[in-house]
Design a protein around this ligand. Structure first.
Ligand code: WQD
Length: 345
């Protein structure tokens, strides 16, 4: 039977890398994306990498009529990987209703459509942000979830609750994957993070500073209670993250899930400070990065890294790529962007 998977948000950063890994694993992929935070050229770049063209449809999942039509058109979808959501933490603080409306209604429409069309497998893109500042580190899936520090993070918590409460009432089995900090780019240098406007996240700001698009990297605080005073995060290569999504959808399709709803941390289990990330970037590229110490960023937690033992044990998945490969691949991608690789595609 053809293994056809719907990937919502499939032209986005993590979505596009996951489409590549799905195709490499023999899946036929349908991408739905409203292109609000990505570009359609990514479909052609995925084709260049894998030799397979994903089916692409452009609409927002809040449009339930379009979503129903898609499920009617593709009657043999065996599962869904749901990335489509607004994800800018800072923007969510200023525009909470935009985030609650889009991120919650998209999921609700998707679950309803899946139930109506008998598509009973869902992998959901969640985030370590649901933990807030954990009481214990590394943080495990059983840790108490904290009050979200942003509407974005709260939508992830609420979406997890919606899924958990729904799987018991309709025939759906689901897995939520809590990402730590996805960074880096595909080894081909053809796809990667495409921040629209000034990057909010550390690694794209580093590479844009190195290429000259930004003047200097501001390090948001060096007076935290950490070894070098800067915040610690669990950075994970986006390709390792993408591979975990294939393992998760395989698990559901092969009915290996032990309960109707499972949650897994996707990190490396290693924390690195901002300064360690900068040093890894400089070491792997041979460049001196222009940075300066600035004040703390509101809402930042001090340190978090994953307990990955559950994913290692149950999924048989473990992140393989290290910080230097993350930095090197991000740099190659930034240089390819500057050379116009996306526009030429
Ligand atoms: C990492 C560290 C900053 C920029 C967020 C979301 C999370 C996920 C990933 C969506 C922090 C420091 C950053 C800069 C800096 N998003 N920093 N100078 O905040 O850990 O996670 O993005 O899924 O849900 O919460 O990632 O890359 O913004 O910051 O010093 O210019 O780098 O203070 O310590 P964050 P980040």
């Amino acid at each position: 039977m053809e293994k056809k998977v719907l990937v919502t948000g499939g032209t986005g950063y993590i979505g596009s890398h996951t489409v590549v890994e799905l195709q490499k694993s023999g899946y036929t992929v349908i991408i739905v994306d409203d292109l609000s935070n990505s570009i359609q050229k990514v479909v052609g770049l995925i084709h260049k990498i894998t030799g397979q063209i994903p089916i692409f449809e452009q609409f927002n999942l809040c449009d339930s009529d379009q979503l129903n039509l898609l499920f009617e058109k593709h009657s043999n979808i065996c599962g869904v990987i749901h990335f489509a959501a607004h994800k800018a933490v800072g923007e969510s603080v200023g525009q909470p209703l935009k985030y609650y409306h889009n991120n919650l209604l998209s999921l609700i429409n998707l679950l309803k459509c899946q139930a109506e069309h008998g598509v009973d497998k869902l992998v959901f893109s969640s985030s370590c942000t649901v933990y807030g500042q954990p009481d214990e580190l590394p943080v495990s899936e059983s840790a108490p979830l904290k009050h979200a520090t942003s509407p974005y993070g709260n939508t992830k918590k609420i979406c997890e609750d919606i899924i958990r409460d729904t799987v018991g009432t309709i025939d759906i089995r689901a897995i939520s994957l809590r990402y730590f900090n996805p960074v880096g780019a595909h080894k081909s240098g053809l796809i990667g993070e495409l921040p629209l406007g000034t990057p909010q996240n550390l690694v794209p700001f580093i590479t844009q500073t190195a290429i000259g698009k930004q003047n200097v990297l501001k390090v948001f605080g060096d007076n935290y209670n950490t070894p070098d005073g800067t915040c610690i995060r669990d950075y994970i290569h986006v390709t390792d993250l993408a591979k975990a999504h294939v393992v998760a959808i395989d698990r559901l399709i092969q009915q290996k899930n032990e309960t109707p709803y499972e949650v897994f941390n996707l990190g490396t289990g290693n924390g690195h400070s901002v300064m360690e990330v900068i040093k890894a970037f400089e070491k792997t590229t041979g460049l001196d990065l222009a940075f300066e110490i600035a004040g703390r960023r509101t809402g930042d937690i001090e340190q978090v890294w994953a307990d990955t033992s559950l994913a290692n044990l149950k999924l048989g998945w473990k992140a393989e790529l290290g910080l230097e490969e993350m930095m090197y691949s991000a740099w190659i991608w930034e240089k390819n962007l500057a050379a116009g690789i996306v526009n030429q595609s």
